[in-house]
Design a protein around this ligand. Structure first.
Ligand code: ZN
Ligand code: ZN
Length: 353
């Protein structure tokens, strides 16, 4: 019943769109809330009035998700010792590339002046970022906070922006269909000295205690193949399945089209207009790349204001006000070097309980 109501609402929204957009097929793209996993949802998705970043009024799908979906297996992150295998990291110093977190990687970093382990070969691992770090270099493995909820707003019908918005460090990319938020590049070790380890599906826990992706998890094994990394994600893999909706409401797919081909007409945001399973006549959508991070580099559509808020005490989207600066001892924050929480216009905590 809910779905039927939503479809009718969507139909009335598309009726307001200029004919040129309808003809271009843009109006076919729309967020379908039933695609999101109920294992992640705190309550049923709602359609609400919202304001887009360009100031226009719109309808948005509001999703409230848990700190982590019920059935999601996460980790491994930091290996306890050099003999263990942890997750992955995109190293951007000398000898850059995507690495498995293992002996070879940490011994390489040691030769480059980044000392993540003791002489007894145990790693410096931090789980509580409110404490001051004892070492210059720490592998971060933040504890989760089961009380955290996140509220996401996605325009029901995507609206093309005048120009694309590029996605810098920890920029908001989208919401995966499994209910896990997606962010662009995690902060560099070169900026912070600390390594917020990603697991082998490309996710980790924010300083606010909630899990998020820094990659297209359902098509990350093909990245390992392309880049020769000895890793594997335990989530089901598909090169052509839809992985997420971007924050502008356009869908994000794996690296291949439904035909099994890697598209050759992708724009600068790694998107194109083409057939999808839901819209064989075509719709605008993004594709994953086959190199890390396998995410769109920019967004073509307009995002909603206050589109990501949490009730967490820190981290992205938390209700802290701008200008408060980093928490004491937070040089080791999972997202230092990037926009501080509060740089975001959602810092007023709208939507946070
Ligand atoms: Zn992160
Ligand atoms: Zn495509």
């Amino acid at each position: 019943m809910k779905t039927a109501r939503l479809v009718r609402k969507t139909a009335s929204i598309t009726a307001w769109l200029p004919a040129s957009l309808l003809m271009a097929g843009v109006a076919h793209a729309e967020v379908v809330p039933s695609q999101f996993s109920t294992a992640a949802l705190v309550k049923a998705p709602e359609t609400v009035s919202c304001t887009l970043e360009n100031g226009s009024a719109a309808q948005c799908t509001r999703l409230v998700v848990k700190y982590q979906p019920d059935d999601l297996e996460i980790g491994p992150f930091c290996p306890p010792t050099l003999d263990d295998q942890g997750g992955i990291w995109q190293w951007d110093g000398q000898h850059p590339g995507l690495y498995r977190l293992d002996r070879a990687f940490f011994e390489m970093l040691d030769t480059l002046g980044f000392h993540f382990h003791d002489e007894d070969e145990t790693l410096h691992i931090m789980t509580d970022l409110s404490k001051r770090p004892e070492e210059a270099n720490n592998c971060l493995n933040v504890a989760e906070d089961e009380s955290v909820e996140m509220t996401v707003l996605l325009p029901v019908v995507p609206v093309p922006a005048d120009s694309p918005t590029s996605l810098g460090t920890v920029a908001k990319v989208g919401l995966a269909l499994d209910g896990v938020p997606i962010f662009a590049d995690a902060p560099s070790v070169l900026d912070t000295g600390n390594l917020p380890a990603l697991d082998t599906c490309g996710g980790h826990v924010d300083p606010g205690g909630w899990y998020h992706w820094h990659a297209t998890a359902t098509d990350i094994d093909s990245v390992y193949d392309t880049q020769g990394v000895d890793a594997h994600c335990q989530q089901p893999q598909s090169k052509s399945a839809q992985f997420a909706y971007a924050f502008d409401g356009y869908p994000m797919f794996g690296s291949e089209d439904p035909t099994g081909e890697v598209p050759t007409d992708l724009d600068s945001c790694n998107g194109h207009f083409g057939p999808t399973e839901r819209h064989p006549e075509g719709e605008y959508h993004y594709h994953a790349t086959q190199e890390f991070p396998n995410l769109p580099a920019c967004l073509k559509g307009v995002v909603a204001k206050d589109n990501f808020t949490t009730n967490a005490r820190m981290g992205i989207g938390s209700p802290r006000k701008p200008g408060q600066g980093p928490m004491p001892g937070h040089a080791g924050d999972g997202h230092p070097g990037g926009p501080m929480p509060g740089n975001d216009d959602d810092s007023a905590g709208v939507g946070a309980p």
